[in-house]
Design a binder for this molecule. Structure first.
Ligand code: FES
Ligand SMILES: [Fe+2]
Length: 359
């Protein structure tokens, strides 16, 4: 039981949870910290997935990251580039322009920019005129990983892009499922994925059908990248490959700030891996890029069926998560917890430490 006067939460290492608590008015003071993604300088120093590589084709794409509009395009050196979506001339949106021979062309007066963002053609100038040295885009660094384009607003990076050794391993196939837009904070989406107790309710129409809410509380601990969650072995009526009764062991890595990698090992030897890369578009707005890896290369399940199932699960979560506030409670005293919520508490604490680590 927590201390009602101070709002201290109990020691969850002992597995003790609050089942009743002080009224909301006892909590909720101005000193109780919440996170709005656009207000955090630390998040600008992190890599975030802004698109699937496969979605960046012949034209410019507009994306928003932490409230900042970006243009993303494939440049003449076949590298995916990003810049602020603002032409240096009259601030037109380059994302409304075109890409020709890998050069991005502004729709307003036709200025053309090379892969470094430097204007190389200004149609109004003759060859003898000098192109102003400030005729440059404000470039944003990008990298490609796991079929996603990652971008960082501030080059003073504070954390790596997550690692996923199975991606590219020939014993796994990769399925790009979807980008789902949620109307809530990116941290709330990761928190949802730390939480096994919602499955019996939110996913009652799919994989949570008939699930007993009285599950064994999962274990969670800090790692250098964030937290790792181990769920108790779960009996399942049907294994993915053999269709026989078996069991599933799930381990989830939450990479700070907003990436989830869950590995589900089935007793029949099948492994499914879920990669969820959350892009914090703005306060209260998040795109979740979902890719699934499966080691069923020899006898693959129907890909369209896999996509439809995973997409359906996302939409079930969306119904609830879209109603959550834009602010995410970093201070665990703002909410009431029970013993099953320990992974979510660990995530809040790890995220708060990470946000504060810039000083
Ligand atoms: S605003 Fe882009 S060329 Fe003028
Ligand atoms: Fe869910």
């Amino acid at each position: 039981m927590g201390d009602r006067a101070t709002g201290q939460v109990p020691n969850y290492d002992l597995g003790i949870g609050i089942t009743e608590g002080p009224s909301r008015t006892d909590f909720g003071g101005a000193d109780r910290e919440t996170l709005l993604v656009t207000k955090s300088a630390q998040l600008r120093r992190c890599w975030h997935p802004v698109a699937f590589v496969s979605h960046v084709g012949g034209g410019p794409e507009q994306r928003r990251l932490l409230g900042v509009d970006l243009v993303v395009w494939r440049s003449s050196d076949n590298i995916i580039r990003a810049a602020l979506d603002r032409c240096p001339h009259r601030w037109a949106q380059l994302s409304a322009g075109t890409v020709v021979d890998g050069r991005i062309i502004c729709p307003y007066h036709g200025w053309q920019f090379d892969p470094t963002g430097t204007a190389v053609v200004i149609p109004q100038l003759s060859k003898s005129d000098v192109i102003p040295p400030t005729a440059c885009l404000e470039m944003v660094a990008t990298r490609e990983a796991f079929g996603m384009v990652w971008a960082i607003l501030d080059r003073d990076e504070v954390g790596p892009i997550p690692t996923l050794p199975e991606f590219g391993d020939p014993s796994f196939r990769s399925i790009e499922v979807s980008v789902t837009r949620y109307e809530t904070n990116a941290a709330a989406i990761i928190d949802n994925n730390t939480d096994a107790t919602h499955v019996a309710f939110v996913h009652a129409a799919s994989f949570g059908a008939g699930q007993d809410p009285m599950i064994t509380p999962p274990d969670a601990h800090r790692t250098p990248f964030g937290i790792e969650i181990s769920a108790a072995e779960l009996s399942i009526a049907e294994s993915p490959d053999t269709k026989e009764q078996g069991s599933r062991q799930t381990k989830t890595e939450m990479w700070l700030p907003f990436t989830q990698i869950s590995r589900m090992d089935y007793s029949d030897g099948t492994t499914h891996i879920l990669l969820k890369g959350c892009c914090p578009i703005d306060d209260g707005l998040t795109d979740v890029h979902l890719t699934v890896l499966r080691n069923d290369v020899e006898n693959p399940a129907d890909t369209e069926g896999v996509i439809a199932f995973e997409r359906g699960v996302e939409l079930e979560d969306k119904v609830v998560l879209d109603g959550l506030p834009a602010e995410f409670p970093l201070d665990v005293r703002l909410q009431t917890h029970v013993k099953h919520d320990r992974p979510g508490i660990e995530y809040r604490r790890a995220l708060a430490d990470f946000i504060h680590s810039a000083g």
